[in-house]
Ligand binder design. Structure first.
Ligand code: ADP
Ligand code: ADP
Length: 222
């Protein structure tokens, strides 16, 4: 479902990621684990079609993300580390706006907006301003914008960073529910997070893929 072949990204003469290949099967949840600056966000942005690689190719749902970004992006939901949430918009208006950006209209739009509000558990706050929500709820709104067109593939960049312990537990539970019917890549710098949520873990450091294995077998391959 997600195929990265020899992806390299350079910013000027700095190599952010170096010759990474990764394959994620349909329905699988892959964790991208690594310290700050390892290249996680760069990798996620490239898969989501928001950043061009310097070399290599990437396919999502069979579509080449570099050559056919518009088609590929229809299958991709992306939650950046700091999603642009508009503080002065209500939750409902913002999700409608996100739906329009993805080309949804009329009854179809209304259906998907209502569906996603239920799916991420925010019906109680849908009339509130985003700026008045807790970080945990804001993260749910971020997930809602990623999911509004019901994509098969979900890309979550550090989805629990900056949340308090209670919010972390709730967002992890929600991610578990959302990943049941989708293919997911999520990044984290916390091993227990990827171990509890992911079928497989890929560790990157300084732009290089170090090891890739199931959480159970990770220790053996290090
Ligand atoms: P992570 O998400 O694992 O923290 P990033 O992908 O953000 O890592 O960054 C990987 C490396 O690339 C870091 O050294 C970072 O400073 C660098 N980098 C990221 N974005 C840019 C950019 N736009 N310009 C220059 N360097 C960048
Ligand atoms: P993240 O780990 O989520 O990428 P960063 O703080 O590393 O967060 O990056 C925030 C923004 O700044 C991103 O758009 C990234 O591409 C850019 N950036 C990161 N490092 C550098 C850098 N060394 N030079 C220029 N831009 C950078």
């Amino acid at each position: 479902m997600i195929e990265l072949f020899n992806i390299t990204k350079k910013y000027g003469n700095k190599t952010a990621i170096n010759n990474i290949s990764l394959f994620v099967r349909s329905g699988e949840v892959l964790g991208l684990l690594g310290p700050n600056g390892a290249g996680k966000s760069t990798t996620m942005r490239i898969i989501a079609g928001y950043l061009l690689p310097t070399s290599g190719s990437v396919k999502v749902a069979g579509f080449d993300v570099v050559k056919e970004p518009v088609t590929a992006k229809r299958h991709i939901g992306y939650l950046p580390e700091n999603p642009p949430l508009y503080k002065d918009m209500t939750v409902c208006d913002y999700i409608n706006f996100a739906a329009e950006l993805r080309g949804l209209k009329g009854k179809d739009k209304a259906h998907h907006v209502n569906r996603v509000i239920e799916e991420v558990g925010i019906p109680d706050v849908k009339k509130r301003l985003i700026g008045h929500l807790s970080r945990g709820y804001r993260q749910r709104v971020g997930l809602a914008q990623a999911l509004v067109a019901n994509p098969q593939v979900l890309i979550l960049d550090e989805p629990t960073v900056g949340l308090d312990p209670q919010q972390i537990t709730e967002i992890r539970q929600l991610i578990k529910e959302l990943s049941g019917k989708r293919t997911v890549i999520l990044s984290s710098h916390i091993l227990p997070e990827v171990s509890s949520l992911c079928h497989r873990v890929a560790i990157i450091n300084k732009g290089n893929l170090i090891v890739e294995n199931t959480p159970q077998n990770l220790g053996k391959s290090l």
